[in-house]
Design a protein around this ligand. Structure first.
Ligand SMILES: [Zn+2]
Length: 111
Protein backbone atom coordinates (compact mmCIF):
# COMPACT_ATOMS: atom_id res chain seq x y z
CA UNK A 1 0.00 0.00 0.00
CA UNK A 2 1.40 3.38 -0.87
CA UNK A 3 1.77 5.37 2.31
CA UNK A 4 3.16 8.84 1.97
CA UNK A 5 4.55 11.03 4.68
CA UNK A 6 3.61 14.69 4.68
CA UNK A 7 4.73 17.66 6.64
CA UNK A 8 2.38 20.57 7.25
CA UNK A 9 4.10 23.90 6.82
CA UNK A 10 1.36 25.71 8.67
CA UNK A 11 1.08 23.73 11.90
CA UNK A 12 4.30 21.78 11.63
CA UNK A 13 2.76 18.35 12.09
CA UNK A 14 3.88 15.28 10.21
CA UNK A 15 1.31 12.80 9.04
CA UNK A 16 1.10 9.60 7.06
CA UNK A 17 -1.52 9.34 4.39
CA UNK A 18 -2.63 6.28 2.55
CA UNK A 19 -3.26 7.23 -1.03
CA UNK A 20 -5.09 4.70 -3.10
CA UNK A 21 -5.91 6.34 -6.38
CA UNK A 22 -3.76 8.20 -8.86
CA UNK A 23 -5.94 11.21 -8.42
CA UNK A 24 -5.37 11.23 -4.69
CA UNK A 25 -1.65 11.07 -5.28
CA UNK A 26 -1.77 13.88 -7.84
CA UNK A 27 -3.91 16.13 -5.65
CA UNK A 28 -2.02 17.57 -2.70
CA UNK A 29 -3.93 16.56 0.42
CA UNK A 30 -4.99 18.92 3.15
CA UNK A 31 -3.59 18.78 6.65
CA UNK A 32 -5.69 16.59 8.85
CA UNK A 33 -4.93 18.76 11.87
CA UNK A 34 -5.41 22.31 10.65
CA UNK A 35 -6.83 21.83 7.17
CA UNK A 36 -4.08 23.77 5.46
CA UNK A 37 -3.38 22.81 1.85
CA UNK A 38 0.33 23.30 2.32
CA UNK A 39 1.56 19.79 2.84
CA UNK A 40 5.04 18.93 1.70
CA UNK A 41 5.68 15.36 0.81
CA UNK A 42 8.55 13.89 2.75
CA UNK A 43 10.83 11.35 1.23
CA UNK A 44 9.04 8.11 1.89
CA UNK A 45 10.84 5.47 3.83
CA UNK A 46 9.85 3.11 1.05
CA UNK A 47 12.06 5.04 -1.30
CA UNK A 48 15.09 3.67 0.44
CA UNK A 49 16.53 0.31 -0.30
CA UNK A 50 16.18 -1.99 2.60
CA UNK A 51 19.50 -2.31 4.33
CA UNK A 52 20.80 -5.68 5.40
CA UNK A 53 20.22 -4.69 9.01
CA UNK A 54 16.52 -4.11 8.46
CA UNK A 55 16.15 -7.21 6.30
CA UNK A 56 17.76 -9.15 9.09
CA UNK A 57 15.37 -7.65 11.57
CA UNK A 58 12.30 -8.50 9.52
CA UNK A 59 13.53 -11.93 8.65
CA UNK A 60 11.57 -14.63 10.46
CA UNK A 61 13.48 -17.90 10.74
CA UNK A 62 10.26 -19.80 11.44
CA UNK A 63 8.75 -18.92 8.08
CA UNK A 64 9.57 -21.54 5.46
CA UNK A 65 11.24 -20.12 2.37
CA UNK A 66 10.93 -21.45 -1.11
CA UNK A 67 13.78 -21.71 -3.57
CA UNK A 68 13.13 -18.32 -5.11
CA UNK A 69 14.04 -16.67 -1.83
CA UNK A 70 17.54 -18.04 -2.06
CA UNK A 71 17.90 -17.08 -5.69
CA UNK A 72 18.37 -13.59 -4.37
CA UNK A 73 22.00 -13.84 -3.36
CA UNK A 74 21.54 -11.14 -0.76
CA UNK A 75 19.47 -13.62 1.21
CA UNK A 76 22.21 -16.19 1.36
CA UNK A 77 23.41 -16.46 4.92
CA UNK A 78 20.53 -14.38 6.22
CA UNK A 79 18.94 -17.32 7.99
CA UNK A 80 22.15 -18.31 9.72
CA UNK A 81 22.82 -14.74 10.75
CA UNK A 82 19.37 -14.30 12.15
CA UNK A 83 19.49 -17.59 14.03
CA UNK A 84 22.83 -16.66 15.50
CA UNK A 85 21.42 -13.32 16.52
CA UNK A 86 18.44 -14.99 18.18
CA UNK A 87 20.69 -17.39 20.03
CA UNK A 88 23.07 -14.64 21.00
CA UNK A 89 25.95 -16.26 19.19
CA UNK A 90 28.64 -14.08 17.71
CA UNK A 91 29.64 -15.66 14.45
CA UNK A 92 32.59 -13.39 14.09
CA UNK A 93 34.19 -11.77 11.06
CA UNK A 94 35.14 -15.10 9.56
CA UNK A 95 31.49 -15.98 9.13
CA UNK A 96 30.82 -12.65 7.45
CA UNK A 97 33.62 -13.44 5.07
CA UNK A 98 32.20 -16.88 4.31
CA UNK A 99 28.78 -15.39 3.62
CA UNK A 100 30.31 -12.78 1.35
CA UNK A 101 32.11 -15.49 -0.57
CA UNK A 102 28.97 -17.58 -0.82
CA UNK A 103 27.02 -14.60 -2.13
CA UNK A 104 29.55 -13.67 -4.73
CA UNK A 105 30.09 -17.28 -5.78
CA UNK A 106 33.73 -17.27 -4.78
CA UNK A 107 33.20 -20.09 -2.32
CA UNK A 108 32.61 -22.46 -5.24
CA UNK A 109 36.11 -21.86 -6.52
CA UNK A 110 37.61 -22.98 -3.27
CA UNK A 111 35.67 -26.20 -2.93
ZN1 LIG B 1 -1.49 21.58 9.54
Amino acid sequence: MPIYEYHCQQCGKDQSLLLLTRQEIATPPHCRYCGAPHLTRLLSRFAYHQSEASRLQEFDTRTPRDDSFYKDSRNVGLWAKKRAQELGVDLGPQFEETVEKARSGKILDEL
